[in-house]
Design a protein around this ligand. Structure first.
Ligand SMILES: CSCCC(=O)C(=O)COP(=O)(O)O
Ligand SMILES: [Mg+2]
Length: 228
C-alpha cells in the first residue's frame, strides 16, 4: 500500500461491533421512537424526516401513526434509510448524554486512529448512521472522546454506500486523489464501490469471521494489521 494521505472508515463492523448497534442502539431507539415523534412533532427537523420517510415508502398522506409504524418496521429490517437514520440519531442523543451507553470500540481502534493522525493522515467517517449520530458515537465512545481525530463525516446524504459515485463525491469533498484514500469497511460490496471509484480498500473481518483464502480486498482482522 503506498502514499495513503487520508483514511475513510465505516463504523458498524469496522471500528465497532455490530452487536452494539443491533442490541443496544436499535432497541433504545425502537422503544422511544413513538413517544419521541409525538412529543417533537412540532420540530421542523422531525417533520422534515417524517415527510422524507413517507415519501421513500410512497405513502401518500400517511397519518403520523402510519409513519411511526413504518419506521419501527424499518428498524427491525435494519433498513439504511437516511430519514430513519436521522431520526434514530436524534433519539440516541439522550441515551449518550444520560450515560445509558457508550459506543463500543474494538480495543486497538482509538490508539491506531491517534497514531495515524499523528503520522499526518487525515481521517474521515463514512457510515449509514447520520452525521450527528456519528459525532455522538465517537464523542461518547468507550475509549473517550475520539472526535478530535476526525476531519470530517459523511453519511448517506452523500449517497448510498454501495455506489461508486458516493466515493467520488467524498474524495472530491476532501480534496484528495482517490488513489491516496483508503476506505475501510466490513462490507465487500461497499469496498467494491470504493474501488470502482479508484480508492484503495481494506476489508475488516473481525473474529470470529474468517479471512477467505483469496479475499477480494486486502483483508485485516484488526486496525493494527493495516500499514497505510
Ligand atoms: C453511527 S450511528 C449507528 C450505526 C448505524 O445506525 C448504522 O447503520 C451503521 O452502519 P455502517 O454504515 O457504519 O455499517
Ligand atoms: Mg459496516
Amino acid at each position: 500500500m503506498t502514499s495513503i494521505r487520508a483514511i475513510v472508515t465505516d463504523i458498524e463492523g469496522t471500528t465497532s461491533s455490530i452487536s452494539f448497534v443491533k442490541d443496544v442502539l436499535f432497541p433504545y431507539a425502537r422503544k422511544r421512537l413513538p413517544a419521541y415523534v409525538e412529543t417533537h412533532a412540532d420540530k421542523p427537523e422531525v417533520q422534515h424526516w417524517l415527510h422524507e420517510a413517507a415519501k421513500e415508502a410512497d405513502l401518500i398522506e400517511a397519518s403520523r401513526q402510519e409513519v411511526i409504524e413504518l419506521l419501527l418496521r424499518w428498524i427491525d429490517e435494519d433498513r439504511k434509510s437516511t430519514a430513519l437514520k436521522a431520526l434514530q440519531g436524534m433519539i440516541w442523543k439522550d441515551g449518550y448524554e444520560e450515560g445509558e451507553y457508550r459506543a463500543h470500540m474494538y480495543p486497538e481502534v482509538a490508539a491506531r486512529l491517534h497514531a495515524w493522525r499523528g503520522d499526518g493522515l487525515h481521517l474521515y467517517v463514512y457510515s449509514s448512521g447520520s452525521v450527528p449520530a456519528q459525532k455522538l458515537f465517537f464523542r461518547y465512545s468507550e475509549a473517550g472522546d475520539l472526535t478530535p481525530v476526525f476531519a470530517g463525516y459523511f453519511d448517506t446524504e452523500t449517497g448510498p454506500k454501495r455506489e461508486a459515485e458516493s466515493y467520488r463525491r467524498i474524495v472530491e469533498a476532501i480534496g484528495e486523489r482517490p488513489e491516496h484514500v483508503l476506505f475501510l469497511s466490513d462490507i465487500a460490496e461497499e469496498l467494491d464501490a470504493a474501488r470502482s471509484a479508484g480508492l484503495q480498500t481494506g476489508w475488516l473481518l473481525r473474529p470470529p469471521l474468517e479471512v477467505p483464502a483469496q479475499p477480494r480486498h486486502p483483508a485485516y482482522t484488526s486496525f493494527d494489521a493495516i500499514q497505510p
